[in-house]
Every structure is written in C-alpha cells, then in structure tokens.
Design a protein around this ligand. Structure first.
Ligand SMILES: [Zn+2]
Ligand SMILES: [Zn+2]
Length: 680
C-alpha cells in the first residue's frame, strides 16, 4: 500500500500535510484533488507527493476521488507554493482557493449574477483597421512581445473611453490564433459578459466565463476544460488567475487598480500581483490596464520595470467631459441653503447646489440622461435624539446605525444587524429625532421633490437584492426609460451608456478623510471613473463635483482629470512615509471577544516580533486599535510592519511568525495581511 502526503485547508500544528493510504488500483498523481477524513469530518485536499516512511500511527485511506477528476498542474502547484509563502498562509488554504469545491452559492453572489443576465450589448470591437494610431502602436508593442517567449509586463494606461479594451482584445485574439491560451481578469462579473460577447462576435467559440457565482458543477467543468486545453480564453474574476492553464501566453488585468482583486480573507492574495508572478514564472506577457493606475503600477512603469503604453485621447476624437466644482460649504453658497433661493427658479435643496440642479434641468430639457453618484447607502448615516443627544449605535460594532427609509429600519452596514425605526427615542421617549448625514436614499427623495416630472431609478446594494432587479434598472436606463440613474459605487463601473451627458457627484470628498493611507488614491480613482461615464456618445459630457473641501489637492487633480499631477503629489507623500510603492507593509491583525485579552495578546506578539526585528531594516508600528475598533463583537487591534527592503521583510516573516505561533493566546485570532489594500 502506497502512502501519499495530502495538503488540507485546515491549520495544522507544526506540519503542512497529512498522510493517507492511496488505494492500490489508483495511479499516483501529484495535484489530484481527493476527499480525505480529518477527525470526524471529510475535507477536500490535494495530493502532493509519495510518503516513503510508514508512520508509527494508524494511517487512514483516502475517502474518495470526486468526479470530474481535478488535477492541479505542476506549474499551478508551484504557483500555489509561492502564494502560500509570500502571503504567509498555508499551502492547503491556497490549494483550496485554486480548485473548485462543492460549496453553495452565497447570497451576494446571486445578486451580481443577475447583472450578468442583462447581457450587455457592448460596443462592437472595432476591426484592426479602425484602431487609431495610439491604439495601433500599443497593439503592435504587445504583438512583438507575444512573439517572444519571455516575461513582458506592460501597463496600458489610457483615459476613460480611450479604447483600452479593443487593444487587449486584439492581442488576445492573436494569442488564440497562434494556438495559445489567454486570460482576461475583470474586477466584477458585471463587466465580463461585455468582453465575452465581443469575443464571440470575433468568431471565438472556445471561450468561457469563470467566477464565484457559477454553480459548483459549472466551475468544475470550466476548470477541467482549461486543464484539458479545450478552452482558448477565459474571462474571469479574481480566482480565475488560479486556473490550470496548459499554455498561457497572455494575462490581462482590466482595471488593475480595483480593490476587488485583493481577497480580504485567507488566503489574502492579490490577483494582479499573482498574475504578474505567474507570467514571470511562465515567460508570458501580462497587461495591466487602467485609466487610473495604482501608485504601485505607475511607479514601476516610470522606473521601466513595466513597459508603459499610453492612450492619451478618447476614441473618435471625443473630448473628455468638462468638470465643474461646486462648493458645498454654506459660507461659499449661503443662498442655496436659505429659504429665499439663489436666483434659481427651482426649489432649494440642502444637498443639491444650484450649479447641479440647473445642469439637471438642462439635461431633462434636452432629453439626455444623467448619473448621480453618492458612495453611501441608506437614507441618513446616523439618528440622533434631540431630547437626550443619544445616537443609535450597533451593539456589536463600533459604528452608528444607518437609517433606511424604504422599510423604516436602522441597519448596521458591518454586521447586518437591523431593527425597526421607532417614532420615539428608546432612551428618553422624546419624538424629536434628527436624521443626520446623507445617503443615496435621501438624494433620491430630494431629486423626486425637485424634479417631480423626472423618471429616476436607484442602483445600489439595496435595490439589486430582488432577482432581476439590477437587470431591470440598467436595462431601463440604457433604453432611455430613465432620466437620472442614482447610485453608489455600482454606477462608477465600466458601463457604457452613450446617452449620459451629465454626471453629478453629490459629495466628492466623502472617502477622503478616512484614516487610511490609500484614501486620497481611492477618492481620485473613483471620481475619475464616475466622471468618465459622461459624454461617451455623440454629445459632450459635463461633470459637477460637489465638495466640502474643493481645494483639496486630490480633488483638484480629479477635477482636472490630471493623473500625472495626482501621482506626483501622492508619491511625494508616500515616499516621505515609506509607504507603498516606496516601502512594503504587512499588517498583523489581532482580534477577539475580550478587549483585555486582545491587548495583552497584541503586546505579546509585538514583543516577539520586535525581538526578531531588532537590527533589521523592518520597523514595527503600533499596537493600536483599528479605525473600526469593534466589528461583530470582535475587538480589533493591529501592528504594522514596514520596510523599504522586501528581503528584510521576508526574513522577518520567516523568523518571526513561527515564534508567534508558539505563543499561547486563547481566544485570540491572528491574521497576517501582506501588502494590505486598506487598514480600516
Ligand atoms: Zn432620547
Ligand atoms: Zn454591527
């Protein structure tokens, strides 16, 4: 009887694998997914190698081999080992993420699947001859790289509407024509059917979508077909970067700056960075595409690590939308908050400046369309009693509850807890309640009040819950049955609505003051993205950016749509702080139910890590409570490891982390986040 070592997605003390008996009739195959017993449970694991020595304890046999048989390729196994090592997690966890397993669909997944059903009628990919000179130059650079079997990383940087997609679609077609495989990663599934349709129209048949909303059987089928070489091209979200390709020649990461590429629970990998590493190991071409590249990617392109391909103009010579900034501060615009009105014939509004409402009125008159963006769900962000001053807070999280008007509830956006909104304060019984802060539902009411004739729709997490709702909202807008589409960040994604001439940003600086080092970068990116929705058709676009902080440099850069200026500004600050891309960060998050234990635990971990870090180029910041210090009843503290030397950081993790695992810290959870995307 042969013995095999199997990696399982369960943390094991002091070992990576468990040993099992392989049935005599089975051929040994490294990478084979098998069902194995672990204690009373059965879990899916991956066969790694043969175990020559029979251990002293009783070895149990493998429980079964699921059909269809899934075998990780040697290349993929190697990549998974790299991920486990780099992101300081176990190989079993990474392999679990890499291979489909029979788990149920999540509710959230169901919702975004509906957006897909809408089946975007994307703009036809232009024929090669229709590409403009910039696009053609970019495509030729990619094709030259593809003829050379070596690692070629590119940053395809082009303004919104500049035709980046057409460039990489043609490159992917070229790869397939030559018999290779290509992968296109997209941040959200809503964007992928667009790309898929374009390929099908180009005559490609062996194309598939891969994402978490597929049924387990469908996922397994795509996985198997990729491994068998029966698919030429896959368009997929994050986990598609771990598919078992046979001959992967091109990897594209669309909207490379998007946070959706980072998995926020273990294994906490970044699909863009994994795509780069995979391309490097394979000797393949990788294209990062963006209108607002991450600071990391642009810095590397400037240094020459990536080849920069620029598309500085919109297709067909269309101009970028003009941007106007409207000051929301009352001292700047006393009229629009007062009772008298500011010379505008429209009723006054607390949240919509006359600059914006006038533009909305013109849009309606011309029978054009507008998008109004506010990145905040609900009606009011807090409810305060004017009798006793009490603010309604979540019992399990350190946040105030958000008022939702459609069903009169108070909801926690972090743990999902909710309760009925009562007409009187629960503490003192006063009925004088203040609905503070503005959410998209409040804006919806405001627009309905000011423009009773306008047809409006709202697209956010709350309106797309019902099956088919998202498709109906987006379809209605595309077909011109809606004048104004209101929404949260869902409306900023790469939708192409040629009828949109106005984009109104209700509060542009909403995310700017979050205590996170990427707050300015994310604000700049989201503003540029949403502004890019205007003027994509025949008529030119206009963007109104309302702000309480109109002189903030990040906002001024976004208003000027000047990425280079923003990069220079933000890079100077990051360099000073030795933050990415000028330093490397690792966050050590310590959480638990008891605050005392968490604090004692994080102190203990700091002591161990500090000893390992002494005399190295790694500094340890903290411990400090996280900005959201309690979520779902868990107290959260963290340490931040920072170094300008990647190697010093690796060494510290390799020496320090095993030592922290030896600590006895009951009731404490430790999470390691290498290259954290955010620190909130
Ligand atoms: Zn009260
Ligand atoms: Zn909560």
């Amino acid at each position: 009887m042969r013995l095999v070592r199997v990696a399982v997605p369960i943390p094991l003390p002091d070992q990576e694998t468990l040993v099992y008996e392989l049935p005599d009739e089975e051929v040994f195959q490294a990478g084979l997914r098998v069902l194995v017993p672990v204690g009373p449970r059965r879990v899916l694991g991956t066969v790694l190698d043969l175990e020559p020595k029979r251990p002293s304890f009783r070895v149990r046999p493998i429980a079964g081999i699921p059909e269809p048989r899934l075998v990780l390729t040697e290349e993929l196994l190697g990549l998974c080992r790299w991920i486990a090592d780099y992101y300081a997690t176990t190989l079993g966890e990474v392999l679990h993420a890499a291979a489909p397993s029979p788990t149920g669909l999540t509710q959230r997944a169901m919702r975004s699947a509906e957006i897909e059903e809408e089946g975007w009628r994307a703009a036809e990919p232009p024929g090669r001859e229709a590409l403009n000179p910039d696009q053609r130059a970019a495509l030729e650079a990619l094709e030259t790289a593809l003829r050379d079997p070596a690692f070629h990383p590119f940053l395809l940087y082009g303004v919104t509407g500049s035709g980046k997609t057409a460039v990489y679609l043609h490159a992917a077609l070229e790869v397939v024509r030559r018999g290779g495989q290509a992968l296109i990663l997209v941040p959200e599934i809503a964007l992928s059917p667009q790309a898929l349709d374009a390929f099908r129209r180009s005559g490609l048949e062996r194309v598939a979508l891969y994402h978490s909303t597929l049924r387990p059987r469908e996922r397994a089928e795509v996985w198997r077909a990729v491994a068998a070489g029966e698919l030429d091209l896959v368009v997929g979200t994050r986990s598609a970067v771990l598919l078992p390709f046979r001959d992967l020649r091109l990897l594209v990461v669309d909207e490379e700056q998007d946070g959706a590429y980072k998995q926020e629970d273990s294994p906490r990998y970044h699909a863009r960075d994994v795509a780069l590493v995979r391309a490097q190991r394979l000797g393949a071409t990788v294209v990062l595409s963006s209108a607002t590249p991450s600071l990391e990617s642009y810095a590397r392109a400037k240094r020459g690590t990536y080849t920069l391909l620029s598309l500085p103009h919109r297709v067909d010579g269309r101009p970028l939308a003009t941007v106007r900034v409207a000051d929301l501060r009352s001292r700047a615009a006393p009229d629009f908050r007062g009772a008298a009105g500011g010379g505008s014939p429209l009723p006054v509004s607390r949240y919509l400046t006359p600059i914006l409402t006038d533009a909305m009125a013109r849009t309606l008159e011309r029978r054009e369309q507008g998008i109004l963006f506010l990145n905040r769900r609900g009606h009011s962000t807090y409810l305060q009693c004017r009798g006793c001053g009490d603010v309604a807070r979540c019992e399990r999280c350190d946040v105030s509850l958000t008022v939702h008007s459609e069903d009169s509830t108070l909801r926690c956006h972090y743990c999902g807890a909710q309760r009925k909104l009562t007409p009187a304060c629960r503490g003192c019984g006063a009925t004088d309640l203040w609905f503070g802060g503005v959410g998209i539902q409040k804006i919806e009411r405001e627009v309905a009040r000011m423009f009773p004739e306008a047809r409006i729709a709202r697209l956010d997490f709350d309106t797309v819950k019902r099956r088919g709702a998202a498709a109906a909202i987006l379809g209605g807008f595309r077909d011109g049955r809606t004048d104004f589409l209101l929404g949260t960040q869902m409306v900023t994604k790469g939708f192409h609505f040629p009828g949109v001439t106005l984009v109104g940003i209700i509060v542009a600086d909403l995310q700017l003051n979050l205590p996170d080092f990427r707050a300015a970068e994310r604000t700049f990116q989201i503003l540029t993205q949403v502004a890019g929705r205007a003027g994509r058709g025949e008529s030119p676009g206009e963007v109104i950016m309302q702000s309480y902080d109109p002189d903030h440099p990040a906002l001024r850069c976004a208003a000027a749509q000047d990425y280079a200026a923003f990069f220079a500004l933000e890079a100077a600050e990051r360099r000073e702080l030795e933050y990415p891309p000028f330093g490397h960060l690792v966050e050590v998050e310590v959480s638990g139910k008891s605050k005392e234990r968490v604090i004692a635990g994080v102190d203990e971990i700091k002591r161990v890590l500090a000893r390992a870090a002494s005399g190295t180029e790694v500094s340890i910041l903290g411990p400090a409570p996280k900005a959201l210090s309690r979520i779902k009843g868990m107290e959260r503290w963290h340490l931040l490891l920072r170094s300008t030397s990647r190697k010093a950081m690796r060494d510290l993790l390799n020496r320090g982390l095993p030592a922290t695992r030896g600590l006895r810290l009951p009731g404490i959870r430790i999470a390691i986040d290498v290259d954290p995307r955010q620190l909130l």
